[in-house]
Design a protein around this ligand. Structure first.
Ligand code: ATP
Length: 312
């Protein structure tokens, strides 16, 4: 299906979450949460255990009723979408299927129920690289194959929006790399791709944007590079010198910390690389290495969510 053939009601595929709240008896699982997810980009949805990610995705897909607030996809609530499977594909947990059914039959059953052409089952299976296992029974599928089958089911309607909860779970490194390429390609085609994950190093490779939540609330949202850049005060200078003690003594000042590592390495925070280089020059210290280590997504995530109780 091309863009021109898409249902006009699918809008631009932008996801808008506004004031979304879910109160369970004692737990405010999601608390006045607002964020947007743009088409044409992969957005990582991150948060510590119990942050409210799954509850948010379930509200987005009309599986749980919000206590307050709204979540729309292409301007409509999921419940109001005319043909939801053609507009939104979702995988919320490892795919389950009738154990004795083959992969292709599993997809054909879903396609038939949704009024989609039978040929879509073959196309979706090919899309996730499962054609060779089409006639194998589901019970013989590995976890990685089950994940792929779940994604194939989500892709049956050629949706403009894809929502995945922890899609890399159970995948081996090759499977994770495949998933990365697959999701990036979908975004390049202009689709909206929202992915929750705990794998922060993988998210740094995969995501264009991130939405970080903790204890049900928004902590930060934006392009990955901007979110990491916003924490540049945590940039650490790594310097190696045969005169580590001399240099350590020369690097003083308010908010400056100097930790000694092995082999003459000093890890400095509170100064930038030129300042460390200047101090070395002034004290005639020979340098073998001088590197500004920018924080990675994992470091930023841990700092942003530190102390926000995961168990509520
Ligand atoms: N049906 C429910 N009844 C009561 N509390 C619930 C229910 N579903 C979720 N919660 C609670 O809401 C909070 C958020 O849960 P949720 O599963 O959305 O978090 P999560 O970010 O997806 O966590 P994880 O990363 O561990 O999957 C948790 O404290 C959880 O115990």
């Amino acid at each position: 299906m091309t863009d021109g053939q898409r249902s006009p009601t699918s809008g631009d595929g932008k996801i808008v979450v506004s004031g979304l709240t879910k109160q369970y008896k004692n737990v405010r699982a999601v608390d006045d949460l607002s964020f947007t997810v743009e088409p044409g980009r992969v957005t990582g949805f991150l948060g510590p255990n119990g942050a409210g990610k799954t509850t948010t995705l379930r509200m987005l897909l009309n599986l749980v009723a919000p206590t307050a607030g709204t979540a729309t996809i292409g301007g409509s609530r999921y419940a109001d979408l005319a043909e939801p499977l053609r507009q939104v594909g979702a995988v919320l947990e490892a795919s389950s299927a009738h154990k004795g059914r083959t992969g292709i039959n599993h997809l054909r059953v879903i396609a038939a129920a949704a009024g989609l052409p039978r040929s879509r089952a073959d196309e979706a299976l090919a899309l996730v690289g499962l054609t060779p296992a089409a006639k194998r029974k589901f019970k013989g599928y590995s976890l990685g194959m089950k994940q792929r089958l779940g994604i194939a089911a989500a892709m049956l309607g050629d949706p403009r929006v894809l929502i995945l909860d922890e899609p890399a779970n159970g995948l081996d490194p090759e499977g994770i790399r495949w998933m990365r390429g697959f999701l990036k390609t979908l975004a390049t085609e202009g689709r909206t791709v929202l992915v929750s994950s705990h794998l922060l190093s993988e998210m740094q490779l995969l995501a264009d944007d991130v939405v970080i939540i903790a204890a049900g609330k928004l902590v930060r949202q934006g392009p990955v590079d901007d979110v990491i850049g916003s924490m540049s005060h945590t940039t650490r200078i790594r310097v190696r010198t045969p005169q580590a003690d001399v240099l350590a003594g020369a690097l003083g000042g308010e908010n400056v910390t100097v930790d000694k590592g092995a082999d003459g390495v000093l890890l400095v925070t509170g100064l930038d690389a030129p300042a460390v280089g200047r101090a070395a020059l002034q004290h005639q210290v020979e340098l073998h290495e001088l590197v500004a280590e920018r924080p990675d997504l994992e470091g930023v995530f841990l700092e942003l969510t530190a102390g926000k109780a995961a168990i509520r």
